[in-house]
Design a protein around this ligand. Structure first.
Ligand code: PLP
Length: 418
């Protein structure tokens, strides 16, 4: 079983599907709130702690509103995400703008909203200064290069396009100080979907050491460090979730060892997780349309990669359950496939499942982050609705499904014979 069970049974989901046709993504408000509280509690020792939810994971106003109520900020990566957060009522340092290859108008919008600019390159100090004017607060993204091994998903930091080198960081703080910047931050993200909590403690240690060096060498006091996102989730039933409390304790021990003796306390600790905040609390609900038997056995469903890219794009595992057959023996081996004209449109390959019949509802688990949001429209596929299971048990549609009118809205048919 996945770490966070689907809170509704087949009957309840059939009733929902009567109103909102499959496929749809369903999110669980209770799970999102309880998880956010756990993460915040793990860092309660740091009065300035803030998780800035990575908006790209689930860019929906209702999900953002829930996380805002739980005290989270927002990490934006684009103009659209900035506007979305503005419309949800975010402002000031509750917003971080961690972008790359950024045009001036996006920086200008972030500055207008008071968001913290988390610059991706040394040259962007001059760029922002020239085009927008440097704000009072600025943060830099560190890429540790050969000093650190990344993890499987994010890859080797030397090959990653992001961030400043260590030397550039030093130069950057000096330059920004000389240009009148008053408040400084430091950021790194070197892991993605990392289940080993000690990875984040190591990142904290690395950043605390840089804060100490920068204070010593340039008399620049860094006010906040951002450990990035990247806390993993147990997509596979045999995996264990990261214990936030242990990570919080480990970061506190590093803080007491490095930050306090250097006279840098208080230093605010921030994170910008997406996946662990919403991932386990979302499911893609889809219906089996066909069974096909050739060289392998196939179950064809009414969702496709347009609804969930991760299996096709990364070969990622997502647990699949057949609703109402949770206790039946998983004695069949299927590829569970979508309708895209791409052979990697497979939600599961060689998966042991109970016998599936056309009409069965399937739940694809852990789709609450980087699920709907990574969708696309290749093959004219439409992106699905998003539904929210409220704490009181009601279901709210928080995004309608796309229609052909949405798909064709940017086309110009004028002058084309029909
Ligand atoms: C800069 C940055 N911050 C945060 C995140 C969120 O990562 P995750 O959802 O793995 O926590 C990402 C993911 O792409 C990212 O690129």
């Amino acid at each position: 079983m996945p770490s966070y069970p689907l809170p509704l049974d087949r009957e309840a989901l059939e009733a929902i599907a009567d109103e909102y046709p499959t496929p749809f993504h369903l999110y669980d408000e209770r799970g999102i709130r309880e998880n956010a509280r756990k993460l915040n509690a793990a860092f309660a020792w740091n009065p300035g702690f803030r998780e800035h939810f990575a908006v790209k994971a689930t860019p929906n106003p209702h999900v953002l509103e829930i996380l805002k109520q739980e005290g989270c900020g927002a990490d934006c990566s684009s103009f659209a995400e900035l506007i979305l957060c503005e419309r949800v009522g975010y402002s000031g340092e509750a917003m971080v703008f961690t972008s790359n290859e950024t045009p001036a108008y996006e920086y200008a919008k972030a500055v207008e909203l008071g968001a913290t600019l988390n610059l991706d390159d040394l040259s962007h100090i001059e760029y922002v200064d020239r085009h927008v004017g440097l704000p009072e607060t600025i943060s830099f993204r560190f890429n540790p290069g050969p000093e650190r091994t990344g993890n499987v998903i994010i890859g080797n930091p030397v090959e990653a396009k992001y961030g400043f080198t260590r030397e550039q960081l030093h130069e950057g703080y000096r330059l920004a100080r000389d240009k009148g910047v008053k408040r400084f931050g430091l950021h790194a993200m070197v892991a993605s979907n990392e289940l080993d909590g000690s990875f984040f403690v190591e990142t904290a240690r690395m950043l605390f050491e840089i804060c100490r060096d920068v204070a010593r060498e340039h008399d620049v006091r860094i006010s906040f460090v951002n450990l990035g996102g990247g806390i993993g989730i147990p997509y596979r039933p045999e995996e264990q979730p990261v214990d936030y409390a242990t990570v919080g304790e480990g970061v506190k021990a590093a803080y007491d060892e490095l930050v306090v003796p250097a006279g840098l306390d208080p230093l605010d600790v921030h994170m910008e997780n997406g996946r662990c905040m919403t991932g386990p609390y979302g499911w893609l609900i889809t219906r089996a349309l066909h069974r096909k038997s050739i060289y392998k056995e196939y179950v064809g469903v009414d969702a496709c990669m347009a609804n969930l890219m991760r299996p096709g794009m990364y070969g990622a595992y997502h647990h699949v359950s057949v609703l109402g057959k949770e206790d039946a023996p998983a004695d069949q081996t299927y590829d569970v496939v979508g309708s895209l004209c791409e052979n990697n449109d497979k939600f599961a390959i060689d998966r042991q499942l109970p016998a599936v019949e056309p009409g069965d509802l399937l739940a694809i688990h852990d789709t609450g982050a980087h699920g709907h949001s990574m969708g696309f429209q290749y093959n004219g596929k439409l992106r699905s609705a998003e539904l929210l299971l409220r704490e009181d048990g009601t279901v709210q549609q928080i995004r309608r499904a796309e229609t052909l009118d949405d798909l064709f809205a940017t086309l110009d048919f004028a002058g084309v014979a029909n």
